[in-house]
Design a protein around this ligand. Structure first.
Ligand SMILES: Nc1[nH]c(=O)nc2c1ncn2[C@H]1C[C@H](O)[C@@H](COP(=O)(O)OP(=O)(O)OP(=O)(O)O)O1
Length: 193
């Protein structure tokens, strides 16, 4: 079965005192209203997941990213047998190199959270099972099935047939960091460029 394709991206920054933070926002409308979510949404016709991620990041947060700076971290499938129209397949990205000043959009109001203090109780139920790992550099290929309440994961299966070779380690040694001309935030550049 072909599921509707969506993407989600987690923008990272490094604070002056060395903490890694991730950008999340409370969803203002649509699926998952009120949950803290990463930046993302549905692919438009003809878009690749990377194209969509670049566009959604800009639309939802005002930040600009280059496609080549998006690090693919895997693929999630959400199954809602009690509301099949909600079932989706999501491509997951992490991005540490960006420019711009975060600003509120009609989708969400971006906020920074310490990597070790994620608001998991206020996110989709599946997030606790994979987001800390993804932010720590562990790729994820998994299926989550939601129950009749449309909110609770009742089944979870990791895809053992997916080697994760398409993913890259985004947590390697930090060889450089820079502050972009437009951004007040310290942007961690893992490529040292
Ligand atoms: N179980 C789940 N866990 C999760 O982390 N994100 C989920 C999820 N189920 C759906 N999503 C996300 C994926 C996608 O980014 C978003 C889809 O919600 P919507 O259909 O409301 O579309 P959006 O409004 O976000 O997208 P656009 O309209 O394309 O901007 O919800």
């Amino acid at each position: 079965m072909t599921l509707p394709q969506v993407c989600v991206s987690y923008i990272l920054r490094r604070t002056d005192d060395g903490r890694t933070q991730v950008m999340l926002g409370r969803k203002k409308k649509g699926l998952g209203l009120g949950n803290f979510v990463g930046l993302g949404g549905k692919l438009e016709p003809g878009e690749t997941p990377v194209d969509a991620a670049v566009r959604e990041i800009h639309e939802e947060s005002g930040l600009s990213v280059r496609a080549s700076d998006l690090v693919p971290m895997g693929r999630l499938r959400y199954w809602f047998p009690h509301r099949p129209a909600w079932s989706q397949e999501s491509s997951v990205f992490v991005c540490s190199i960006w420019s711009g000043t975060p600003k509120e959009s009609d989708e969400l109001n971006p906020e920074w959270f310490d990597q070790g203090a994620l608001p998991l109780a206020e996110m989709w139920d599946d997030a606790k099972q994979w987001l800390p790992g993804v932010l720590a550099g562990k790729p994820i290929f998994a299926d989550f099935t939601f129950g009749a309440d449309l909110a609770t994961v009742v089944e979870h299966s990791a895809q053992v047939d997916q080697p994760g070779r398409e993913c890259q380690d985004h947590t390697g040694p930090i060889r450089g960091s820079r502050i972009t001309s437009e951004s007040p935030a310290l942007v961690v550049d893992h490529n040292g460029s």
